[in-house]
Design a protein around this ligand. Sequence first.
Ligand code: AMP
Length: 183
Amino acid sequence: MTASAPLDGGRLRALIRAIPDFPEPGILFRDITPLLHDPDGLRQTNDALAEVARDYGATLVAGIEARGFIFGVPVAERLGVPFVPMRKPGKLPADRASVAYELEYGSAALELHRDPSVDGHRVAIVDDLIATGGTAEAAAQLVAGLGGEVAGFAFVVELAELGGRDRLAPHGVTSLVTYQGAE
Ligand code: AMP
Protein backbone atom coordinates (compact mmCIF):
# COMPACT_ATOMS: atom_id res chain seq x y z
CA MET A 1 0.00 0.00 0.00
CA THR A 2 1.36 3.43 -0.86
CA ALA A 3 1.43 6.15 1.73
CA SER A 4 -1.17 8.84 1.11
CA ALA A 5 -0.05 12.35 0.23
CA PRO A 6 -0.30 14.76 3.16
CA LEU A 7 -3.34 16.99 3.21
CA ASP A 8 -1.77 20.37 2.54
CA GLY A 9 -3.87 23.38 1.63
CA GLY A 10 -3.24 22.82 -2.09
CA ARG A 11 -4.48 19.22 -2.05
CA LEU A 12 -7.60 20.19 -0.12
CA ARG A 13 -8.30 23.09 -2.50
CA ALA A 14 -8.08 20.69 -5.41
CA LEU A 15 -10.87 18.61 -3.83
CA ILE A 16 -13.26 21.55 -3.39
CA ARG A 17 -14.80 22.90 -6.57
CA ALA A 18 -16.38 26.28 -7.17
CA ILE A 19 -19.77 26.32 -8.89
CA PRO A 20 -20.80 29.80 -10.07
CA ASP A 21 -24.36 31.08 -9.63
CA PHE A 22 -25.60 28.33 -7.32
CA PRO A 23 -28.09 28.27 -5.65
CA GLU A 24 -28.77 31.71 -7.11
CA PRO A 25 -27.06 34.22 -9.40
CA GLY A 26 -23.97 35.83 -7.87
CA ILE A 27 -23.21 33.05 -5.35
CA LEU A 28 -19.99 31.06 -5.84
CA PHE A 29 -20.86 27.73 -4.25
CA ARG A 30 -17.94 25.80 -2.70
CA ASP A 31 -18.83 22.17 -3.39
CA ILE A 32 -17.25 19.54 -1.13
CA THR A 33 -18.60 16.48 -2.98
CA PRO A 34 -15.23 15.84 -4.74
CA LEU A 35 -13.65 15.75 -1.27
CA LEU A 36 -16.26 13.22 -0.09
CA HIS A 37 -15.42 11.13 -3.17
CA ASP A 38 -11.73 10.93 -2.20
CA PRO A 39 -11.27 8.49 0.71
CA ASP A 40 -7.76 9.68 1.59
CA GLY A 41 -8.68 13.33 1.40
CA LEU A 42 -11.78 12.77 3.51
CA ARG A 43 -9.92 10.78 6.14
CA GLN A 44 -7.19 13.38 6.39
CA THR A 45 -9.74 16.19 6.55
CA ASN A 46 -11.47 14.45 9.45
CA ASP A 47 -8.10 13.81 11.12
CA ALA A 48 -7.24 17.52 10.82
CA LEU A 49 -10.63 18.64 12.17
CA ALA A 50 -10.30 16.17 15.05
CA GLU A 51 -6.90 17.65 15.90
CA VAL A 52 -8.51 21.10 16.07
CA ALA A 53 -11.32 19.86 18.34
CA ARG A 54 -8.81 18.03 20.54
CA ASP A 55 -6.77 21.23 20.89
CA TYR A 56 -9.95 23.02 21.97
CA GLY A 57 -10.31 20.47 24.76
CA ALA A 58 -13.74 19.50 23.45
CA THR A 59 -15.75 17.00 25.47
CA LEU A 60 -18.62 17.00 22.93
CA VAL A 61 -19.00 17.78 19.22
CA ALA A 62 -22.04 19.59 17.81
CA GLY A 63 -22.62 19.42 14.05
CA ILE A 64 -24.76 21.80 12.01
CA GLU A 65 -27.25 20.27 9.54
CA ALA A 66 -26.50 18.94 7.05
CA ARG A 67 -22.87 19.03 5.97
CA GLY A 68 -21.72 19.59 9.55
CA PHE A 69 -22.93 16.05 10.25
CA ILE A 70 -20.63 14.60 7.57
CA PHE A 71 -17.57 15.98 9.36
CA GLY A 72 -18.81 16.28 12.94
CA VAL A 73 -19.58 12.60 13.52
CA PRO A 74 -16.10 11.33 12.49
CA VAL A 75 -14.52 14.04 14.67
CA ALA A 76 -16.56 12.94 17.71
CA GLU A 77 -15.72 9.32 16.98
CA ARG A 78 -11.99 10.08 16.75
CA LEU A 79 -12.08 11.96 20.09
CA GLY A 80 -14.31 9.38 21.75
CA VAL A 81 -16.81 12.05 22.81
CA PRO A 82 -20.57 12.48 22.24
CA PHE A 83 -22.04 14.04 19.10
CA VAL A 84 -25.20 16.14 18.98
CA PRO A 85 -26.99 17.20 15.78
CA MET A 86 -28.19 20.79 15.44
CA ARG A 87 -31.11 20.55 13.06
CA LYS A 88 -33.44 22.64 10.96
CA PRO A 89 -36.91 23.15 12.45
CA GLY A 90 -39.33 20.24 12.55
CA LYS A 91 -36.74 17.45 12.45
CA LEU A 92 -35.96 16.68 16.11
CA PRO A 93 -38.64 14.54 17.78
CA ALA A 94 -38.10 15.27 21.49
CA ASP A 95 -38.10 18.37 23.70
CA ARG A 96 -35.81 20.93 22.05
CA ALA A 97 -34.52 24.49 22.16
CA SER A 98 -34.62 26.74 19.12
CA VAL A 99 -32.69 29.82 17.96
CA ALA A 100 -33.82 31.94 15.00
CA TYR A 101 -31.32 33.90 12.92
CA GLU A 102 -31.29 36.18 9.91
CA LEU A 103 -30.16 35.13 6.46
CA GLU A 104 -29.35 37.52 3.63
CA TYR A 105 -32.96 37.12 2.55
CA GLY A 106 -35.42 35.94 5.20
CA SER A 107 -34.66 33.95 8.32
CA ALA A 108 -33.83 30.45 9.50
CA ALA A 109 -33.63 28.53 12.77
CA LEU A 110 -31.60 25.76 14.37
CA GLU A 111 -32.83 23.33 17.01
CA LEU A 112 -31.11 21.12 19.57
CA HIS A 113 -32.48 18.42 21.86
CA ARG A 114 -32.46 19.26 25.58
CA ASP A 115 -31.75 15.56 26.24
CA PRO A 116 -29.22 14.13 25.38
CA SER A 117 -27.74 17.33 26.77
CA VAL A 118 -24.78 19.62 26.06
CA ASP A 119 -25.00 20.85 29.66
CA GLY A 120 -21.58 20.97 31.33
CA HIS A 121 -19.68 20.08 28.14
CA ARG A 122 -16.94 21.93 26.29
CA VAL A 123 -18.45 21.95 22.83
CA ALA A 124 -16.63 22.04 19.48
CA ILE A 125 -19.04 23.28 16.80
CA VAL A 126 -18.35 21.76 13.37
CA ASP A 127 -19.62 22.74 9.92
CA ASP A 128 -18.35 22.42 6.37
CA LEU A 129 -18.12 26.14 5.71
CA ILE A 130 -18.29 29.55 7.34
CA ALA A 131 -19.60 32.40 5.21
CA THR A 132 -21.20 35.29 7.15
CA GLY A 133 -21.00 33.33 10.40
CA GLY A 134 -24.72 33.75 11.10
CA THR A 135 -25.40 30.03 11.23
CA ALA A 136 -22.43 29.35 13.50
CA GLU A 137 -23.38 32.25 15.76
CA ALA A 138 -26.88 30.80 16.16
CA ALA A 139 -25.34 27.40 16.92
CA ALA A 140 -23.22 28.96 19.66
CA GLN A 141 -26.29 30.64 21.19
CA LEU A 142 -28.10 27.32 21.19
CA VAL A 143 -25.23 25.53 22.93
CA ALA A 144 -24.74 28.29 25.52
CA GLY A 145 -28.49 28.50 26.18
CA LEU A 146 -28.53 24.82 27.13
CA GLY A 147 -25.57 25.07 29.53
CA GLY A 148 -22.72 24.13 27.18
CA GLU A 149 -19.48 26.06 26.94
CA VAL A 150 -18.41 26.83 23.36
CA ALA A 151 -14.84 25.50 23.13
CA GLY A 152 -14.37 26.70 19.55
CA PHE A 153 -15.39 26.27 15.91
CA ALA A 154 -13.90 24.00 13.24
CA PHE A 155 -14.68 24.44 9.54
CA VAL A 156 -13.33 22.85 6.40
CA VAL A 157 -13.78 26.05 4.36
CA GLU A 158 -13.76 29.75 5.27
CA LEU A 159 -14.94 32.53 2.95
CA ALA A 160 -12.77 35.20 4.52
CA GLU A 161 -14.17 38.25 2.75
CA LEU A 162 -17.50 37.79 4.53
CA GLY A 163 -15.88 38.30 7.93
CA GLY A 164 -17.69 35.47 9.69
CA ARG A 165 -14.89 34.81 12.17
CA ASP A 166 -15.20 38.35 13.61
CA ARG A 167 -18.79 37.58 14.46
CA LEU A 168 -17.75 34.54 16.51
CA ALA A 169 -15.12 36.33 18.62
CA PRO A 170 -13.86 35.71 21.25
CA HIS A 171 -14.28 32.01 20.44
CA GLY A 172 -11.54 30.21 18.54
CA VAL A 173 -12.26 29.75 14.83
CA THR A 174 -10.17 27.31 12.77
CA SER A 175 -10.65 26.49 9.10
CA LEU A 176 -8.60 24.13 6.95
CA VAL A 177 -8.77 26.18 3.76
CA THR A 178 -9.50 29.89 3.35
CA TYR A 179 -10.70 31.65 0.21
CA GLN A 180 -10.42 35.38 -0.47
CA GLY A 181 -13.16 36.35 -2.92
CA ALA A 182 -13.52 34.33 -6.12
CA GLU A 183 -9.96 32.82 -6.20
P1 AMP B 1 -23.30 31.54 7.00
O1 AMP B 1 -24.39 31.45 8.02
O2 AMP B 1 -23.47 32.75 6.09
O3 AMP B 1 -21.93 31.46 7.61
O4 AMP B 1 -23.48 30.30 6.03
C1 AMP B 1 -22.99 29.06 6.39
C2 AMP B 1 -23.84 27.92 5.91
O5 AMP B 1 -24.32 28.11 4.57
C3 AMP B 1 -23.02 26.67 5.90
O6 AMP B 1 -23.80 25.63 6.48
C4 AMP B 1 -22.69 26.40 4.45
O7 AMP B 1 -22.82 25.05 4.19
C5 AMP B 1 -23.67 27.25 3.64
N1 AMP B 1 -23.02 28.14 2.66
C6 AMP B 1 -23.02 29.51 2.68
N2 AMP B 1 -22.37 30.04 1.64
C7 AMP B 1 -21.90 28.99 0.92
C8 AMP B 1 -21.11 28.86 -0.27
N3 AMP B 1 -20.67 29.94 -0.96
N4 AMP B 1 -20.81 27.63 -0.71
C9 AMP B 1 -21.23 26.53 -0.03
N5 AMP B 1 -21.99 26.57 1.09
C10 AMP B 1 -22.32 27.79 1.57
